[in-house]
Design a binder for this molecule. Structure first.
Ligand code: PGA
Length: 253
């Protein structure tokens, strides 16, 4: 029998958010969360690094966790502009996103580097959200499962457990475009990822959270969250305001 998995709804603010408006949105989200009793899912905000410390303060006493959007594969050293996983832990992060397709595309990050980053996240005692997903051209050529399988094998390090790792399937063509795969397409990919995770990590792979990401919004969240092997969402644009993010969170709270 498939284990019961507590969903995770994660907001990725990317390079968006200034102090006063950003923290107001985070507080509004916390207010909505505060009105419901026990949360059925975990909620996470990954703001830009500049907002991590003030957001942690703003969210004190709420059940919303904060996370980083990326980290270096090393714990410290001469790497100008980078942040390490222990630094993110130090500031109160619980999660770190690694391997987002924008990092893979804009910074040429390979699955090998992403694997090193995920290892760094694990070493720091944090949870890694490891992103994978095919491009439009790859989907058109019928290579979706092959591409995703390859990224999965190369980006996940050995010590992955259901506790320290979350996998996010984000078709590149669905990110920020308003396009989403059909529920059947999501079911097919998530089913294939689950099978691979089970094969490699056994019970841990069966219990690992698998998020869908790419143009998730209030109007399609319930349908996407109902798909087999979808255990939450990684949300970009629709996580920037509480008004847009709350209806998504509410689908599983
Ligand atoms: P989107 O981004 O929700 O704006 O499509 C998702 C993501 O990149 O994580």
């Amino acid at each position: 029998m498939a284990p019961k998995i507590r969903p995770l709804i994660a907001g990725n603010w990317k390079m968006n958010g200034l102090k006063s408006a950003g923290l107001r949105e985070a507080r509004n989200l916390a207010k909505s969360m505060g009105k419901v009793g026990k949360a059925g899912c975990e909620v996470l905000l990954c703001p830009p690094a500049t907002l991590l410390a003030p957001m942690r303060e703003a969210l004190k006493g709420s059940r919303i966790a904060i996370g980083g959007q990326d980290c270096h594969g090393k714990a410290g050293g001469a790497h100008t502009g980078d942040l390490s996983a222990p630094m993110l832990k130090d500031i109160g992060c619980a999660y770190v996103i690694v391997g987002h397709s924008e990092r893979r595309a804009d910074h040429g990050e390979s699955s090998r580097e992403i694997r090193a980053k995920a290892e760094a996240v694990h070493r720091a005692g944090l949870r890694a959200i490891i992103c994978i997903g095919e491009t439009a051209a790859e989907r058109k050529r019928g290579q979706t499962l092959a591409v995703v399988g390859k990224q999965l094998a190369a980006s996940l390090p050995k010590g992955c457990t259901a506790k320290n790792t979350v996998v996010a399937y984000e078709p590149v063509w669905a990110i920020g475009t308003g396009l989403t795969p059909t529920a059947d397409d999501v079911a097919e990919v998530h089913g294939a990822i689950r099978a691979r995770l089970r094969r490699r990590f056994r019970d841990e792979g069966a219990a690992m959270r698998l998020l869908y990401g790419g143009s998730v919004k209030g109007s399609n969240a319930a349908e996407l969250m109902a798909v087999a092997n979808v255990n939450g969402a990684l949300v970009g644009g629709a996580s920037l305001t509480a008004a847009d993010f709350w209806p998504i969170v509410a689908t599983c709270i």
